[in-house]
Design a binder for this molecule. Sequence first.
Ligand code: FAD
Length: 302
Amino acid sequence: MTKTERPIAKPSDLKVSFEFFPPKSPDMAEQLWQTVEALQPYQPDFVSVTYGAGGTTREPTLATVKRLIADTPLATASHLTCVGASREEVRAVVEEFQAAGVRHFVALRGDPQGGVGTRYAPHPGGFVNAADLVAGLRDMGDFEISVSAYPERHPESESEAVDLDMLKQKVDAGATRALTQFFFDNDVYERYMDRVRAAGISIPIVPGIMPIQNLTQLKRFASMCGASVPAFIDARFEGTENDPQARAAIAADIAAEQIADLSRRGVEEFHIYTMNRAPLTIATLERLGVSAKAQTLSGAAA
Ligand code: FAD
C-alpha cells in the first residue's frame, strides 16, 4: 500500500463480499433470505457463511450454502473450523461441502471449546491450528482458501510478532486471501499492513467492515475478540439514544467513511459483516455510489 493518498476508487472498482451466519429459527431464516435477495443486486465478489466451532452449525451452514449455490448466482464460500474435530471428521465435512458445490473455504481454527478466554487445546487426532487446516484443505482439493487476520492482534497471541507468524504460516500453507477482524481505526490497519508486507506476506488482506447495528452489543463483542471501539464512535452517536433512524444514518456514515478512507489509501476489497440484515449494508454502499444492478430472470445482473 502506498502512503500517498489516492482518490477514492470508482464505485465500479470497489469489490465487496458479504458475510452471513446460518439462521437458528424460521424467523431468522426468513430474515436471511430477504437479506440475500436485497443484497444480491450489489454484485458481491463472493458471500460467505460462518460455521460454528466444534461442528455446532454444520447442518445449518451446509443448508444455507446449498441454497445460496442452488438459488442465487452468488459465488459462495463456507467458513470451516477445526476445533473439537478429528482430521477424519473435518475431511468428511469438506467432502460434503465440496459435493454441494463449495470451492472456497474460509479456514479457521475456531474459538476454544470452553469459550473465548479459556485455553485452546487441539483435538488429539485433529488439525493443530488454522495453518494445519489450510495445509489439509490444500491436500484435499483445488480450493480457494481464505483465512483470518487480526490488525489489533488475536486476544490469545502473546505478541504482534507471534500473531503475524501465524498469518505467515497460513499463507505458506496455501491461503490466498485473509479477511480481517473488524476494526474502526484505519491507521491501525495501515500500520498492520506495513508489518504484514515487511514479513513478506503479499496476499490481499481484506478489511472486515462492521456496520454498527447496535453499539452496546458491538462493544461487548469487541471486548471478547480484542477489537477496540475508539472514542470517536461514542461521540458520533451521542444524543441519539432514542432516535433509531438517526443512529442508522450515523452507522452508515461511519462505515462508508471508513471504506472511502481505506480506498484513498489504496484498498479496493472489503468484507462486510452484514449480521444478516440488509438496510445498513445498502445504506453504506449507496453512500459510496455503489448501486443495485438490474437483475435478469436468470439471476445474473444485467
Ligand atoms: P489462528 O489464525 O490459528 O490464530 C489466531 C491468533 O491466535 C494467532 O495469530 C496466534 O497468535 C494466536 N493463537 C492461536 N492459537 C494459539 C495458541 N494455542 N496459543 C497462543 N496463541 C495462539 N469463528 C467461528 O467459530 N466460526 C466462523 O465462521 C468464524 N469466522 C471468522 C471469520 C473471520 C474473518 C474472523 C477474523 C474470525 C472468525 N471466527 C470464526 C473467529 C475465530 O474462530 C476465532 O478468532 C478463533 O479464536 C481463532 O481462529 P483463527 O483461525 O483466527 O486462529
